[in-house]
Design a protein around this ligand. Structure first.
Ligand code: PRP
Ligand code: URA
Length: 210
């Protein structure tokens, strides 16, 4: 059975997503918001990291206290738009390594076309969090995760800011072992496979193209 998607309901995330959706929000503010939302989502997506107790000395006395232990993290943005989330994630986990998967949707078929893949050499030993603000048909996310699994990644989460029901269905069917975190669940896809209401083309809005 597929893991249940985690839909964020935190007021700060919802407020910032509303600003993102607004077509009058310019690229500078859009980029800042994407990073802030990524940081807030990172906090939630790392809630289950294993911990161990260590002994330290405070200025007052010896004490036992907890630190994160176990496998290290890798963040893998799907280019281009996933790049916008990387700095927010690294602000909370600066030691994470970053891989990149380049993919774009063909304008006619809406199918993903892969053009780049560079991952940390020890990806199979890391907990991987894939980053992409948009989960529309799910094709890009499914292909990126296929790619990661081919390289041996075994522990994978997917973090998106806006998801369509069609994308969630496709991704959880293709990869039931992948925990999915979404900032918002939207209504449907339009005839061009854009999320409704969505926020338009995330890559174009981040980088000011178009
Ligand atoms: C967008 C988005 C996802 C993909 C989602 O990328 O960032 O990667 O579409 O759509 P899907 O779920 O239907 O696959 P896009 O193809 O526009 O590429 P870009 O980021 O380079 O502009
Ligand atoms: N990619 C985007 O950037 N936006 C959508 O709504 C769908 C795919």
């Amino acid at each position: 059975m597929a893991l249940t998607p985690f839909i964020m309901d935190h007021p700060l995330i919802q407020h910032k997503i509303t600003l993102l959706r607004d077509k009058n929000t310019g690229s500078k503010e859009f980029r800042e918001l994407i990073n802030e939302i990524a940081m807030l989502m990172c906090y939630e997506a790392t809630r289950d990291l294993p911990m161990k107790e260590v002994e330290i000395e405070t200025p007052i006395c010896m004490a036992k206290s907890r630190v994160i232990s176990g496998r290290k993290l890798a963040f893998v943005p799907i280019l281009r738009a996933g790049l916008g989330m990387v700095d927010g994630m690294l602000a909370l986990v600066p030691a994470a390594k970053v891989g990149h998967i380049g993919m774009y949707r063909d304008h006619e078929t809406h199918m993903p076309v892969e053009y780049y893949c560079k991952l940390p050499a020890d990806i199979q030993e890391r907990d991987v969090i894939v980053l992409d603000p948009m989960l529309a048909t799910g094709g890009s996310a499914i292909d990126a995760i296929n790619q990661l699994k081919q390289y041996g990644a075994a522990s994978i989460k997917f973090l998106c800011i806006i998801a369509a029901p069609e994308g969630i269905e496709a991704l959880t069917t293709a990869h039931p072992d992948v925990q999915l975190y979404c900032g918002a669940l939207d209504d449907h896809l339009n005839e061009n496979k854009y999320i409704v209401p969505g926020l338009g083309d995330a890559g174009d809005r981040i980088f000011g193209t178009k």
